[in-house]
Every structure is written in structure tokens, then in C-alpha cells.
Design a protein around this ligand. Sequence first.
Ligand code: SAM
Ligand code: SF4
Length: 335
Amino acid sequence: MTAPLIDPFQRPISYLRVSVTDRCDFRCVYCMSENMTFLPKKELLTLEELDRMCSTFIGLGVEKLRITGGEPLVRRDIMTFFRSMTRHLDSGALKELTLTTNGSQLAKFAGELFDAGVRRVNVSMDTLDEAKFADVTRWGRLPQVLKGIDAAQEAGLRIKINAVALKGFNEDELFRMTEWCAERDMDLTWIEVMPMGDIGNENRLDQYWKLSDLRARLAENYTVTDLPERTGGPARYVRLEETGQKIGFITPLTHNFCESCNRVRLTCTGELFMCLGQEDNADLRAALRNHPGDDAPLEEAIRAAIRLKPKGHDFDYSRQTVDGRVSRHMSHTGG
Ligand code: SAM
Ligand code: SF4
């Protein structure tokens, strides 16, 4: 049997997040600038290369794949890739195939995703107000996303809403969004805004809405019970007793979650980032492209990269400057 991937801090690596494109049909203000320059197509892993890459990780013990981007559903023929991963679900090697999407293309693809074995989808949506939605996403339109969510639920996909907590932007929608999700039997996770990439003039310190404040506000209206559930990532969960709903908090800035980290991230160009908050990365594309038909060098490159996984990230807003900033965009590494 192949030895599983264990990093130097004895953390087993069982979760791979894969960015399949850096492109997107939205331009969210905290994620991209209005005029993004995207990578030339030849830099991207082909769908076949993505398959080989993911299959190698699965062979090394990765049990959960999350497909992200950019917007994964704008990558041409991406359903071919999802369908090719179904064989690993069928064999039992892969326990979960999932994706994070802005929802714009869900109406088109929900059925095919379900058929490929996807059961849960994270949809990013920061507001229920059409005008605010257009403001924050620049190019997005809320009704299209709502249609996508309807289609996904009809297709049998379980939806979790991810919202970035933005001070002065969606603070006033805390209860509205909570109730809307409860009515539709969807969980809701709030994400703290992170210092990623150069996105123009937006000031992240102004946008930063501390999730401990958000939680305290929730507790004014609901009975909030901590849940022991851990996913090996930065999310912590509570249950609202009145609705039975699960609310998540992703707090990389106020909470140190690194000790149980079980994940690595692959970019659409085949760089492996061992930590979202660090620049260290390994070029797996060379190991893959230089050895067609032989996965041993790729396996060794993966193992060598995992041996370099750092202990944790260095994001820190506490000194009121954006320390530990990482220059690449979230859409490059995959959120
Ligand atoms: N396009 C897809 C989407 O929006 O869901 C997938 C990629 S997107 C980069 C993944 C997640 O990262 C989204 O939930 C988005 O809100 C979040 N995100 C992007 N930039 C962020 C930032 N600077 N801080 C915190 N979350 C961010
Ligand atoms: Fe696109 Fe997602 Fe980034 Fe928004 S957060 S610009 S939808 S990649």
C-alpha cells in the first residue's frame, strides 16, 4: 500500500482544493480588480492534466476534492472533468466531490453535477439586495444566482451559502440572511475578509467585520450553541436552536486553526500551495508534463512538497496594518 501524505507536523493531508481556472464572470471587490489580466491558456493545466493530477493525489490518500477558482463553472467543458472524477467516487477512494461557485451557471449545470456524484455545493452570496449584489460583485446579477440556487435544490444538491462579512455592507442583513437560509433549509457560513492580492483601492481594514461581533449580534436574537464539529479547516460551527440551522464562521484572522489543517491547494497552473497564507509553493506541472505516462516523479514531487508544509499562516490585523499579506489573488489559489 502507498504511504499516506503526512506533513512534518504529523497532519495527514486528505483534502485537496483545486482551482480549475483563474477566470470569472464576476469581479467581486474583495477578490479582483475591475481590469484583471488572466493567465494565457497554455499556462493552465488541461482537463486531462487536471484528471491526472487529482487522480495521483487520490492515490496518495486524498479523500475530498473541492473544485474552485476563479469561477469553476466558466471553465470550458468542466463537466468532462467532473464526470471523470466520478470513477473515484464509485471506487470508494474519493469520499466527496464538491465545489465552490458564485452560482451564476448553476441553473445550467446543477443536474449534470448531481449526475457526476456531487451532493453538496457552496454558493457564495454576500447580500440579498439586488443593488448591493451588483455593487459588490460588479458584474453579477442576483436573480441569476437565485435561479441557480433553485435549480440546484431541485436537482437534489445540498446548498451552503458562504457570505463574506463586510462592515457597513451586509451587517444590516445578518438576520434577513439567516432567516432566508433557514426557510430554504440551507446552512450559512460567514467568512472574514482576508488580505489577498492587489485589488485596487478597497481598504480591507475598513471592510473588516470581526466575526466575534457578528456572533454576539446573532446571540441577541437566537440561542447559539457551539458545535464540536471540525472539518480540519478554519471553520467553526454553531447551531441556532430556534431554527435548527448550522452557522459557520471562518476566521483565519482572529482564530488560529492551523494545528488541525488537513488541506493543500492546487492552482490552475499546477502550483501546489501548502498553506493559503504563505507564498511557499511547489511546481507540480513540470513533474507532470515532463513525465508523460509515468506518475512516479509527480508522486515524489507531491511528497516533497508536503514535507515543506509550514506550521501556519501569518495573517494579522491586530497591529492595524495588513501584516502577513499575500500578493496573489484568492482566485489564483482558489478560495
Ligand atoms: N468563484 C467562486 C465563488 O465565488 O464562490 C469560487 C472562488 S472564490 C475565490 C471562493 C471564496 O473566496 C468565495 O466565497 C469568496 O467570497 C471568497 N473570497 C474571495 N476573496 C476573498 C477575500 N479577500 N477574503 C475572504 N474571502 C474571499
Ligand atoms: Fe469571482 Fe468568486 Fe472572486 Fe467573486 S469571489 S470575483 S465570484 S472568483
